[in-house]
Each structure stands twice: as C-alpha cells, then as structure tokens.
Design a protein around this ligand. Structure first.
Ligand code: MSP
Length: 644
C-alpha cells in the first residue's frame, strides 16, 4: 500500500471537554487534512484521548466516578464534539484500548532489550497538571515553570537514557530544516538540547491505573512515555503494515508540549527503538483569554459549539455557516510565533468584516449583477488578465502558506481573491459597461464569477459547508480537486446561476454604552400645542430645478457602527461614486440594498453623520412608523440619468 499523508493532533487529556484553545490544534490538523486530500493525497488523520495519567485518575476521583466510566464518558464527548466542528478524523485512539497497551509494552520491551532503559530511584518534583517531572532548579517561586503546583516524589523507577540522544537529535534538526516549525521554537529546542538532556523517569509506582511495565506490575509506564506511543500504535505498529501510516507527515501541537516531549523525548524514543522520525513537528502558540490561560478552574472556558450556536442565533446565519465562521476565526487567528487573545468582539468583527462584507458582498454583488446583466447565465469569453493574475496569486499564496503550515496565511490568501473581486467590480463597473453596451461586459462578468468559484475552492479546507453553499448558488458541483481551482473549466459558460441568497447576515454589533448624561431623566416639557396641518409653501419651477436629482446604484452597504438607524452606502451615479449615509437601516439590510437603483439628491452640502461623511441624500417616502420606503425608477435607468 502506498504511504499516506499522516497528520496527528496531540491526544487530549480527558479531565475536561474541549474548549476553543484545545480545538485550535485539531482545527489546524483538519484544515491540513482537507487541503492535502484536495491535492490528491491519501490522508490518515489521527486524533484521540490520553487517559492513563494521574491527572485523569484524580479528576475521576474528584468527580466521584469510577475512572473507567469517567474516561468512557469524556472520550465519547470528544468523539462527538469534533464532528460537530466539521473535523473529519480517520482514526480516534484511546490510550485505554488494547492496541495501545500492546504497542506501549512492546516499545518498552524493545528499548529495554537495546539497553536504553535502566532501574534507578527518582527524587524530585512532579507537576500533575502537565504530568511533568521537574528538578529544583526548574521551579519558579515554588511552582512549575507554567505556574502549576508541584508535589515531591520519591520512588524507585525505570529510566530512559535520553542523555545519549542529544547529539543525534541536534544533527537531525540541523540536516532537516523543516523538522521543527516555526523557526523561533526550533531555536528553543536546540538550546534546550544543548543544555544537556537528562535521563527521564519513565515509570511510576502502580496506583491501579495505567499500563503496567512489562514484567513488573508494581510500576506503570509514565503517562508521557505511554501517550507518545499512540502515534505508532494507531499506525498499526508493532504488527506488520504500519509503514503506510508512519512516519507522520506532520504532527500538530501547542508550543507547551513541543520542547520537552515531541521534539526531544519522542524522537529519542523512536531513535532508540529504530523507528523513523516524523517529517514535521509544528508547535503553534496559545490562544489566551483576558490576561491568561483558558482553563476550567478560571471559569473562562468557551466551547466552540456554544460560540457557533450563539452566532447563529444572533445573526440568523445557518448552524453550518456558524460552525464554519468559528473555524474561519480560529484559522485566521492561528497563533504561530506569538500568543493571540480571544475576544467575543474580535470574533464578531471578523464575522462582519471578513465574512459578511468581503465574502458575502462579493457573492451577492456578482450574482445580482449576473442576474441583471446576463440573465443569470455564466457568459462565455476570456477572463480578463487582471482577474486571472489575482486568481493565480491567491492560489499560489495559499499553497505557499500550507507548505509552511501557516493556516493563518492560508485564510488570508483564500479571502484575498474576494477582496480583489470587490475592488474589481468597482473599477470595471459592469453597470456602466451595460449602459454603453460595451462588448467587455461578458468577460467582466465571467471574470467576477471565476473569482467566486476560485474563492469557493480556496475556502473549502477552512469552511467546507460555506463552500458548498457558494457552489449551490453558482449552480456547480463542489470543487474538490485542487488542480482545477482557478481553471476556466471549473465554471463552464452557460452554467445557470441561482439568485443571490445572503449566507452571512450581518451581526448587529452591540452599541457602545451611552454616555452618563444621556441617561439622566429629563424634566418633562409641557405638551406641545397641536399644530394645524401645514400648508406647504409654494415654490416656483426655478426653485425646484435647483434640487439636482439623479439615478444611482448602490454598490456597497454597511451599517454605521454605533447607530441603529444609519447605513453607509457607496453609490455609483454616472461616472462618479459617492458615499451616502442614510437613515434606512430599520427597513433595509445591506443585502436588500446592494445592486438596487435609487434616486439621489446630488447637490446637498456634504454633512457628517455619526462622524461619517455623507455626500448626497436618497429619496424615500415615510411609512406610518417613520420608516423609509425608498424610491426607485419604475424600470432600469442608466446610472446618472437626471430626474425631474
Ligand atoms: N495529553 C497531552 C498530549 C499528549 S500527546 C502525545 C496534552 N493534552 S492537553 O489536552 O492538555 O492539550 C492538548 C493540546 O491542546 C496541546 O497541543 C495544547 O497545546 C493545546 N492547548 C490547550 N490549551 C490551549 C490554548 N488555550 N491555546 C492553544 N492551544 C492549547 O497536553
């Protein structure tokens, strides 16, 4: 069988269910898996749960549960949560499974046989939270370097001669520049090794939980030594045939478990056992909340699915799209070198700006204009060169990003094509081309639609369901072959498009608190005397013609932040484009407005409304509640046409 592209996540401790921090690693792995599949690789995507440690045993005791029942319950929760996030793993390994126990005991036996394990006694500190041994000099103010409590341990144990592997590891890192990513973390690993690797204690006194050391039931295998072996156990090792799944092409993890475990202990164990090393280890940075870690004890845990459910409720987008929005947020934020901070505000902001504005508008505008100017049929004709260049550049940037495991850069590249598209629509102005019956119109529309089709392919590894929704509106099958992305054949002329359906309804961003003085109760004025019906003052025709009215078309629309009435519009009027702020938000959404023709008073003095400049006024009737009913020409009129 041919070698698969193997992707692993760390296996998660089952002391609590996933939060957006732990989900980050799994999402990065899923994006990698989906991309590699599109590239034609056969993928083996492995995740699972780490169930044998002291930490898990103590969590079960704290919950008053039998450890077996406890781990079964939480492992089942992990298994369910991941698919709910669109994570498509191929195997889920639990360290309490027989296949894992067999591999761990065999691994231990082989290292023992090769003389890499000896008996000794351990006296030092142990951090249960990270299941790590520390010596006195490692502690900071009596706590572990991560700030966890430590306890003193004195036991007779088995030791692994890790000290013997320092030179070999340094040589491997040196000759394989892609082995540890990113560069900053590689440097940390190198200096950690250069300080001298210590032999590692790899067993603990048997507390009745864990994998017994082969031939010595008084001890269980140290949980990290045990857990790391999951990667080869799931590949099928020690039985024959594991070579099609190991070595891993990439092992994703957070930075906290790279240096001491995946980049030193793990490769040393593999070298000792004579097994091949993984091709790449990627240690991403952390997602923080407020001033620190996301943790159950701090009570600041955000579950990814809760975030999706709340978004769907608040914005009205579908559940699938909300899950994709969470995936997009995590991908776009994916911290590599430096930690990032999660905030609800930033999550909402990215949804509105990147998804509703950039992607949503590009889709709505392109389909609305194709409907208006091409009867919703993909026109023939050559794609214009600037669009072709933008398509190629976005695809190449995505590929480069993924070659270096920069999921954040890949997300940026995927959206670059719709950002280009929005600008392209403005500059090529299909409405103006239609007005003059310019022969370039079909090529412009075709270019717009191919940009969309490309975006659909590029966002697919990150937002698979959204990509499907875009496809449905484009009237084509999902683009699953990476090669085909950007090709003209991916969107044949004659394809019947659907009417635009907004995928990302905008979120109403909570208004800022009103200044205090606004909240003071005002003295109630005496009721105003009822005015008699006003008799309009008569004006002459000369007065009337002073008001210049023209037909315009709304290109872009977005709510003005901090106001529940105002919409900021970009309106094309003949050759010029103007920004107009209108109090129509109560009655019109951005989707209602984009592409619509309006009547504009073009010679009003510019004003600033909520700090946003407005250069004109839309004509509208007023309904009984004071809401706007926009005036619109009875049939399409060229933009810029005068109104009398
Ligand atoms: N069980 C070990 C891994 C054994 S692998 C052979 C473990 N488990 S964990 O559940 O604590 O963490 C799993 C992963 O989640 C790690 O990659 C860790 O870095 C990541 N994260 C946990 N919280 C995180 C954030 N707040 N932000 C980013 N990643 C974080 O370690």
């Amino acid at each position: 069988m041919s070698k698969k592209y193997t992707i692993t996540t760390p296996i998660y401790y089952v002391n609590s269910v996933p939060h957006i921090g732990t989900a980050l690693t799994t999402l990065a792995a899923d994006v990698t898996a989906r991309y590699q599949k599109m590239c034609g690789n056969e993928v083996f995507f492995l995740t699972g749960t780490d169930e044998n440690g002291t930490k898990v045993k103590e969590a079960a005791e704290k919950a008053g549960k039998d450890p077996h029942a406890f781990v079964d319950e939480i492992a089942a929760a992990f298994r369910e949560i991941w698919p709910g996030m669109g994570i498509e793993f191929d195997d889920f390994i639990r360290t309490t499974e027989p296949r894992h126990r067999i591999a761990v005991q065999e691994f231990f036996r082989i290292l023992q046989e090769k003389g890499h394990i000896y008996r000794g006694s351990y006296e030092g500190w142990y951090d249960v939270s990270s299941e790590t041994f520390y010596k006195e000099a490692d502690l900071v103010n009596g706590l572990s370097p991560d700030g966890n409590e430590v306890r003193w341990v004195k036991e007779d144990n088995y030791f692994f001669r890790m000290s013997e592997f320092g030179e070999l590891l340094l040589a491997h890192i040196e000759s394989n520049p892609g082995f540890i990513i990113p560069e900053t973390r590689k440097n940390e690993v190198v200096s950690f090794i250069k300080q001298g690797l210590r032999d590692v204690c790899i067993s603990r006194a048997n507390p009745g939980w864990g994998i017994p050391v082969p031939g010595d039931d008084s001890q269980v295998v140290y949980v990290w030594f045990d857990a790391l072996i999951n990667y080869v156990a799931a590949a099928g090792w020690p039985a024959a045939g594991w070579e099609d799944r190991w070595p891993a092409s990439v092992q994703w993890m957070g930075k906290d478990i790279l240096t001491r475990f995946h980049a030193t202990l793990w490769p040393a164990m593999l070298l000792g056992a004579g097994l091949p090393l993984p091709e790449a280890l990627v240690g991403h940075a952390w997602l923080l909340m407020g001033d620190g870690k996301i943790s159950k004890s701090k009570g600041n845990v955000v579950a990814p699915l809760d975030l999706a459910n709340s978004l769907s409720e608040r914005s009205g987008c579908s559940h699938d799209v909300a899950v994709d929005a969470v995936r997009y947020y995590m991908a776009a934020l994916m911290p590599i070198d430096n930690d990032a901070t999660f905030t609800y505000e930033e999550f909402d902001r990215l949804y509105n700006t990147h998804l509703a504005n950039d992607l949503g508008n590009a889709l709505n505008r392109s389909l609305a204009m194709s409907q208006k100017f091409a009867e919703s049929i993909v026109p023939g004709g050559e794609v214009e060169s600037e669009a072709a260049l933008a398509i190629d550049a976005a695809k190449a940037a995505f590929e480069k990003a993924m070659a270096g495991f920069r999921v954040d850069h890949a997300a940026e590249a995927a959206l670059s094509v719709v950002r280009f598209l929005n600008k392209y629509i403005d500059t090529r102005s299909p409405w103006a081309l239609a007005k003059t019956q310019d022969p370039a119109l079909p090529a412009v529309l075709r270019s717009m639609l191919l940009c969309l089709r490309t975006a659909e392919g590029l966002i697919r590894p990150i937002m698979p369901k959204t990509a499907d929704a875009v496809c449905a509106q484009l009237g084509v099958a999902p683009l699953t072959d990476w090669q085909a992305i950007g090709s003209e054949a991916s969107l044949p002329a004659g394809t019947k498009l659907q009417a635009p359906q907004p995928i990302f309804p905008r979120l109403e961003i909570a208004k800022q608190e009103q200044p205090k003085k606004m909240e003071q109760p005002k003295p109630q004025p005496a009721p105003a005397p009822v005015k008699p019906a006003e008799v309009p003052t008569e004006i002459s025709i000369d007065d009337f013609v002073k008001v210049k009215l023209k037909v315009g078309r709304v290109l872009e629309a977005e709510p003005v932040e901090g106001s529940d009435k105002l919409m900021k519009l970009q309106v094309v009027i003949g050759e010029e484009k103007r920004q107009i702020v209108a109090g129509i938000r109560k009655n019109y959404s951005a989707e209602d407005l984009i592409g619509r023709q309006v009547i504009v008073c073009v010679n009003l003095k510019p004003v600033k409304l909520r700090g946003v400049e407005s250069n004109g006024m839309l004509l509208a009737a007023t309904d009984a509640d004071g809401g706007a009913i926009l005036l619109q020409p009875d049939r399409e009129a060229p933009e810029g046409t005068g109104v009398k």
